[in-house]
Design a protein around this ligand. Structure first.
Ligand code: NAD
Ligand code: UDP
Length: 315
């Protein structure tokens, strides 16, 4: 059993990862500054002797003793990462330098939660790991996209220069319970709007595509990646290759919630990628993994989570 550090552990993905690692018998140290994460996400783990929480901002150095590091700290939704773009870049870049420095000192294996955004608005479809991307370096999304690209560079330079054991996963759109209800990401937005009987906001004409992965599948792939042989670094795509238009997603959410919400159209945000679909051949071959939960099942679980959240808030 290992001592594992999860940065961003009080966030959506981080809290599921901490839960799974504790369940596997590891000692987990969760580090988070609560920018988008919350104590509620990890409340069920507090008191477990295998779980420890530390409030800390990864842009500052951290001195702890661990065997593995999952580096997830970074706001992930466009609303949150554009709120303080300079801090977003600092979190990705200074955060990566600090966590890589820590990994170097204690000889820990370190995994970076990178993103499909490194491909930008892709000209290659579906996206393969060898594609270098099509990213605007000076736009509203750049703080996130370029911050994550620079973090990947740092990981590979620490690997080449210092022989660190690194893993880089490129995560595609993932959804599920514990998404922040106001974080503006499309799945949580549509569900919260539909359950509240409010208009469903389709940006643009809704023909842009995304491929949605349920959180449990994603966490399984992340842990399998951490456990690959030392000579495997990635980058490796993880996500669900089934592609939907945003309009199809809206219609499915409305049907499943039996909502009377109407679809309304709003301007497309700048640099919004037209299409996104992971090629997961590498994950299939190296991890023996592919997603098992389809959109309908995943939406059912997510809708029931938001229903209970809204009910609790109303009481
Ligand atoms: P999230 O916003 O729920 O979680 C991010 C966590 O990081 C939060 O708990 C936040 O408080 C914490 N954090 C932010 N800045 C920090 C800092 N400076 N120091 C310490 N903690 C800090 O988002 P998420 O969806 O759980 O994403 C987790 C990671 O996965 C992110 O790195 C994100 O870029 C990556 N990712 C997620 C998706 C997705 O679809 N969910 C897709 C691609 C990549
Ligand atoms: N989107 C939308 N309505 C919303 C929120 C998002 O139409 O209320 C669109 C958004 O423009 C994008 C897609 O849904 O094309 C996915 O957006 P999200 O912010 O979830 O993730 P990302 O753009 O980072 O993939």
């Amino acid at each position: 059993m290992a001592k594992v550090l999860v940065t961003g552990g009080a966030g959506f993905l981080g809290s599921h990862l901490c839960e799974r690692l504790v369940g596997q018998g590891h000692d987990v140290l969760c580090v988070d500054n609560y920018f988008t994460g919350s104590r509620a996400n990890i409340a069920h783990l507090i008191g477990n002797p295998r779980f420890e929480m530390m409030r800390h901002d990864v842009t500052f150095p951290l001195y702890v003793e661990v065997d593995q590091i999952y580096n997830l700290a970074c706001p992930a939704s466009p609303i949150h990462y554009q709120f303080d773009p300079v801090q977003t870049t600092k979190t990705s870049v200074h955060g990566a330098i600090n966590m890589l420095g820590l990994a170097k000192r204690v000889k820990a294996k370190i995994l970076q939660a990178s993103t499909s955004e490194v491909y930008g608005d892709p000209e290659i479809h579906p996206q393969v790991e060898s594609y270098w991307g099509h990213v605007n370096p000076v736009g509203l999304r750049s703080c996130y996209d370029e911050g994550k690209r620079c973090a990947e560079t740092l990981f590979f330079d620490y690997w080449r220069q210092h022989g660190l054991k690194i893993k880089v996963v490129r995560i595609f759109n993932t959804y599920g319970p514990r998404m922040h209800p106001n974080d503006g990401r499309v799945v949580s937005n549509f569900i919260v709007q539909a359950l509240g009987g409010n208009d469903i906001t389709l940006y643009g004409d809704g023909s842009q595509t995304r491929s949605f992965c349920y959180v449990d599948d994603l966490i399984e792939a992340m842990i399998r990646t951490m456990n690959t042989p030392n000579d495997f670094t990635g980058p490796i795509n993880i996500g669900n290759p089934r592609e939907f238009t945003i309009r199809e997603l809206a219609e499915q959410v409305v049907a499943m919630t039996r909502s009377r919400s109407k679809l309304v159209f709003a301007p497309l945000p700048s640099d919004d990628p037209r299409q996104r679909q992971p090629d997961i051949s590498l994950a299939r071959a190296v991890l023996g993994w592919e997603p098992t939960i389809d959109l309908r099942d995943g939406l059912e679980r997510t809708i029931s989570y938001f229903r209970s959240q809204l009910r609790a808030a109303a009481e």
